[in-house]
Write a protein that binds this ligand. Structure first.
Ligand code: AMP
Ligand code: GLY
Length: 449
């Protein structure tokens, strides 16, 4: 099979890396890809938002399967474009159509959907400029902190958590008057949920699903979860509180009702669903749906999939995911993201990158590229805020597939993952390099009580 991966980040590098290992993979392409995907296949110029360019590439390179990394092409209808075009009818396409992608593209749609289908989520209401007075009264009926969400896509920045009522009212006005452009013309206000967050993922053909390994994301720039929100500074998989009991609750209360809801509303769905969950005293609540994999969670998650991801993707696109058997490695994975100094605010691009040669090919370590590029002279340079997602899988042979995430063994594995990951991070150099040193420490603290 010839495969095209759309996107250019660490997530796409990790997906391409996993697909490249499949015996079914003949040629692998990425559009636009990055220097990491260039090591695995061929990068094609163009944007995944330019649907005609994507079509041309699919035809020129005889692509059999398209895997979409980011949400925006899906929200804008790339899936519908493939369905409608007779030239593309035989191409396997992994990603929902726009109606399904609205689960991420519109927070209001997602919340109303959850309400209609009895899926646990924070209490909410949606407001516009016309209903500002009602929004103020709703805010007054809630307790601090206040959660405000721009309805539309806002590059991951559309959620504000305000500590007091005056700030919430002021931010609400900013959002409704264009702080996030059109994305904020409707604002969802919701109850604050306290608990521990976890990201869970399914690959579904709309009827059945594979439950992928879960992960914890580290969203804040500073250690101990301080400072500004980022796209994600690290990830760990598995997450100890995701026990069989918790997983069953997620399956019964969230995943199955979500798929049933999509069917009842005649929304065909083929692709990933990322459940951003809050564990509130052992009960899962949906914070958000995404219609793609997470970044940097993917970089940890795919390294724990032992079975053939390309086979699963093809099965999904053919509507036969029930026949797929997912195998998950018991070995934990830990991802540390190296960012450009200044991120998530302004930062420099074009810094020269050096990678120690003994790091390339190091056992159990993957250096996924996020924001790198080749300069005109062929030098690897930084080109984004998040530059690398370094992932380590502990090299220790597990005694049992059924190891207990609450065990001392697990603490040891996380510690080993941290050692491997951070010693690799130290072998990557660029001016202004910053990373969080505490990835995984909270898990160790949690396990040690
Ligand atoms: P989202 O973009 O919806 O994932 O929101 C960004 C972040 O805001 C989430 O990862 C949570 O940390 C936080 N968040 C969103 N909604 C809530 C909520 N209802 N209660 C508490 N935290 C929330
Ligand atoms: N890491 C969170 C996200 O991908 O949205």
């Amino acid at each position: 099979m010839n495969v095209l991966v759309l996107g250019s980040g660490g997530r796409e590098n990790a997906i391409a890396w996993k697909i490249s290992q499949s015996k079914d993979c003949d040629k692998l392409y990425a559009m636009p890809g990055n220097p990491g995907t260039a090591q695995l296949g061929q990068n094609l110029s163009g944007s995944p938002l330019d649907f005609c360019r994507v079509k041309q590439a699919v035809l020129d390179y005889s692509i059999d399967l398209v895997a979409v990394g980011p949400e925006e092409p899906l929200v804008r209808g790339l899936g519908d474009f493939f369905l409608a075009d007779p030239d593309l009818k035989d191409v396997l396409f992994v990603g929902p159509c726009a109606k399904g992608a609205a689960l991420e593209g519109s927070k209001d749609f997602a919340k109303q959907f959850m309400l209609r289908h009895g899926i646990p989520t924070a209490r909410f209401r949606t407001f516009t400029l016309e209903t500002l007075a009602l929004a103020d009264s709703f805010l007054e009926s809630l307790n601090a902190p206040y959660v405000l969400k721009a309805d539309g896509l806002a590059a991951g920045k559309g959620v504000l958590i305000c500590q007091d009522l005056a700030e919430a009212k002021a931010e609400l006005r900013n959002m409704l008057s264009g702080k996030f452009g059109n994305a904020g013309s409707r604002v969802v206000i919701e109850e604050f949920l306290s608990g521990i967050e976890v990201s869970m993922f399914i690959l579904t053909d709309g009827k059945d699903f594979l439950l992928l390994p879960e992960a914890k994301d580290y969203k804040r720039i500073g250690e101990n979860d301080t400072g500004l929100n980022t796209g994600g500074m690290g990830a760990v998989s598995p997450v100890p509180f995701v026990t069989a009991e918790f997983r069953n609750k997620v399956t019964d209360r969230i995943i199955k009702p979500t798929l049933r809801g999509l069917q009842e509303e005649n929304i065909p769905y083929c692709g990933f669903i990322f459940l951003g969950l809050m564990n509130c005293g052992g009960d899962p609540y949906v914070i958000e749906y995404n219609v793609r994999m997470g970044d940097p969670e993917t970089e940890a998650v795919v390294t724990r999939i032992d079975s053939d991801l390309l086979h699963h993707l093809a099965g999904c696109a053919r509507g036969r995911i029930a026949e797929e058997k997912l195998e998950i490695s018991a070995t934990p994975a830990l991802t540390v993201v190296c960012v450009s100094g200044g991120y998530p605010q302004s930062y420099r691009k074009g810094a020269e990158i050096s990678i120690s040669p003994d790091l390339l090919g190091a056992k159990g370590v993957n250096i996924f590229h996020s924001g790198t590029a080749f300069s005109d002279s062929g030098q690897l340079v930084t080109s984004g805020g998040r530059v690398f997602a370094v992932t380590a899988n502990s090299c220790v042979t597990m005694r049992s597939k059924e190891y207990n995430t609450a065990s001392e063994d697990f603490v040891r594995l996380i510690e080993e993952g941290r050692t491997a990951c951070y010693s690799s991070v130290d072998k990557i150099g660029f001016e202004g390099k910053y990373f969080r040193k505490d990835i995984g420490l909270d898990i160790i603290r949690y396990l040690e009580g």
